[in-house]
Design a protein around this ligand. Structure first.
Ligand code: AMP
Length: 298
């Protein structure tokens, strides 16, 4: 069994077998299990999900795996920050029971040949410029869920389309797990925390906050009854002026189906993705339809 519990003082399972051995012992004792999937380079956003896992189950597994299947050839798989030792130090005080850190060869056989296609919510938004992405995410999340078989798994609203894709996959494939979500953790100025923020130069970091400010401005305009198309056009102009290029998308969508909206007919979400230098930033905020002009008589 590959279970490394000496060097880190927090056990790390490197194989599916060792993960399953530990989890099945917990199961025999009647304990519930939560899984928090991550790609490492852990920050406050990840740790908040771990705390939620801790509060909702007897045992907590955090997976750390930079998933090659969700990167296109030209993307940053090679450069993605890998900081496992520091990650484990951050997890120690949070009462995590097990790290699951498989090698790519443990996850994907050389002749691996299965794919998962989630329709509906995976269409549009990130898929337009990253068509490979949700197939890769669905695959690795399905594998992690089936390897660990947790009672709950926790994902961040920071990646809102991803969260909905995972919920849809779990429902459609009857994977026996409850998906919980956690709100987006932000820096003091409002920038959504991301492992990729380390790519930003000092100057870019100062401008990066414009993406959250722009999305917030759209929320305020639309909740006040402003025209969605005009709010989005003003938002795109603001991002371009701040140096974002290209703006992959800026859309107001139905919060459940992710259909683009031109009128606020239901609870919605504004979602944006844009590049600042070499870094692609994404963010989103909820838009409440309560009191919108949908109910002009109220
Ligand atoms: P990643 O390591 O980027 O794949 O993210 C692992 C999990 O952490 C995903 O469920 C993300 O949505 C979540 N996450 C990433 N950034 C944040 C954040 N700023 N706040 C809350 N959750 C986050």
């Amino acid at each position: 069994m590959t279970l490394d519990n000496t060097s880190f003082a927090l056990p790390v399972a490197r194989t599916v077998e060792s993960l399953r051995n530990v989890v099945s012992r917990w199961r025999q004792d009647g304990e519930s299990v939560a899984l928090v999937p991550t790609m490492g380079a852990l920050h406050r956003g990840h740790l908040a999900l771990v705390e939620k896992a801790r509060a909702n189950s007897d045992r907590v597994v955090v997976s750390i795996f930079v998933n090659p299947a969700q990167f296109a050839a030209h993307e940053d798989f090679g450069d993605y920050p890998r900081t496992e030792r520091e990650d484990i130090e951050k997890l120690k005080p949070l009462g995590v029971d097990l790290i699951y850190g498989p090698a790519a060869s443990e996850m994907y056989e050389p002749d691996f040949s299965t794919s998962i296609v989630v329709g509906g919510v995976s269409e549009g938004l990130c898929t337009v410029t990253r068509p490979h992405f949700f197939g890769g995410v669905a695959l690795v999340v399905a594998k992690l869920l089936l390897q660990c078989l947790p009672d709950i798994a926790i994902f961040g609203e920071k990646d809102y389309q991803q969260l909905l894709v995972i919920r849809r996959m779990v429902r459609d494939l009857n994977i026996p797990v409850e998906i919980l979500s956690g709100p987006t953790e932000r820096e003091k100025d409002g920038l959504a925390i991301s492992s990729r923020n380390v790519y930003l130069s000092g100057q870019e970091r100062a401008r990066a906050v414009e993406i959250s400010r722009t999305l917030k401005e759209i929320v305020v305009a639309v909740e006040r009854g402003g025209d969605i198309r005009s709010a989005l056009a003003a938002g795109e102009a603001r991002l371009k002026k701040a140096g974002f290029d290209p703006v992959d998308y800026l859309e107001v969508c139905d919060a459940v189906t992710l259909e683009p909206l031109t009128d606020l007919t239901c609870d919605a979400r504004v979602l944006g993705a844009a590049h600042l230098g070499q870094t692609r930033l994404i963010d989103n905020f909820p838009i409440s339809s309560a009191g919108s002009r949908r109910n002009p008589d109220v």
